[in-house]
Design a protein around this ligand. Structure first.
Ligand code: NAP
Length: 249
């Protein structure tokens, strides 16, 4: 019997890599994307293959429609139509106040986090929807607890893009419910990944941990657990949900 196929954007590091590892252990074949670091992607690929998964990687900037189409086409050609999309890519810029942000920086964050996420949702919807010949499936968007907190003095632009991801989840779950596709969203709190270095504070979690009710940052695998559960048939009646994996924050 063929294995189900999962497509994970940004699978070469952090939460996406943890999703790929867990998907491999759960019996999926995997297509995952990266954008700048093929070496890191190769390491994740080899680790997933050691669990018996067939793995295809795709270099794709999710803010480029051409790249997104090519990524889905590669997945379909090499492995088959995915039953699950983990819409994971997200970027943030240097910490600061909105008054100091350039138009270029804001446009980049919006392009990747909103346009990119919507393009990936659209492609998954086109290929999975039963009214278009698909077999149904699941989309899990990776938002952030920042959508509810606003990230003042850090990255209000990033928080706003995650609010957009939350809204798209709610709307798309309603559009796609009748055609066999569940759409959900996971909102992580501070998780130990490289993303904090992009904001200029690699040890950010040490600073914010005292304000987290559980007193610590999360591990990528703790987020992946929820994403893989939402992707699975165990969550067969869950759609339109925004689930916080944020240590009670
Ligand atoms: P990360 O460690 O920075 O990894 C980002 C991944 O996305 C990498 O695989 C990277 O590929 C890829 N990527 C970056 N820009 C891309 C683009 N334009 N197109 C395609 N791929 C791109 O991130 P993370 O911390 O795991 O975060 C994953 C998701 O969780 C994001 O949506 C983030 O907003 C969200 N989140 C994270 C936290 C946290 O504390 N870590 C908290 C809340 C929400 P390369 O390695 O090739 O560059």
């Amino acid at each position: 019997m063929s294995r189900p196929v999962i497509l994970i954007t940004g699978g070469s590091r952090g939460i996406g890599a943890a999703c790929a590892e867990q998907a491999a252990r759960s019996g999926y074949d995997i297509c995952f994307s990266y954008v700048s670091n093929p070496g890191a992607a190769d390491l994740v690929k080899a680790s997933c293959e050691s669990h018996g998964a067939k793995v295809v990687t795709a270099k794709a900037d999710v803010s480029s429609e051409d790249d997104v189409l090519a990524m889905f086409d590669t997945c379909e050609k090499e492995l088959g139509v995915p039953v699950a999309l983990v819409n994971n890519v997200g970027v943030l810029g240097q910490q600061g106040k909105l008054v100091d942000f350039t138009a270029e920086r804001i446009a980049w964050v919006v392009d990747v986090n909103v346009t990119g996420a919507l393009l990936c949702m659209r492609e998954a919807a086109r290929r999975m929807s039963t009214d278009r010949g698909g077999a149904g499936g699941s989309i899990v968007n990776v938002s952030s607890k920042a959508s509810t907190l606003g990230s003042p003095f850090e990255y209000v632009d990033y928080a706003a893009t995650k609010g957009a991801v939350d809204s798209a989840t709610i709307g798309l779950a309603k559009e796609l419910g009748p055609v066999g596709v569940r759409v959900n969203c996971v909102r992580p709190g501070p998780i130990h990944t490289d993303i904090h270095a992009s904001g200029g504070e690699p040890n950010r979690i040490d600073r914010v941990a005292p304000a987290i009710p559980m007193g610590r940052g999360g591990e990528p695998a703790e987020v992946a657990n929820m994403i893989l559960w939402l992707s699975s048939d165990e969550a067969s009646y869950v759609s339109g949900a925004l689930i916080d994996v944020a240590g009670g924050r």
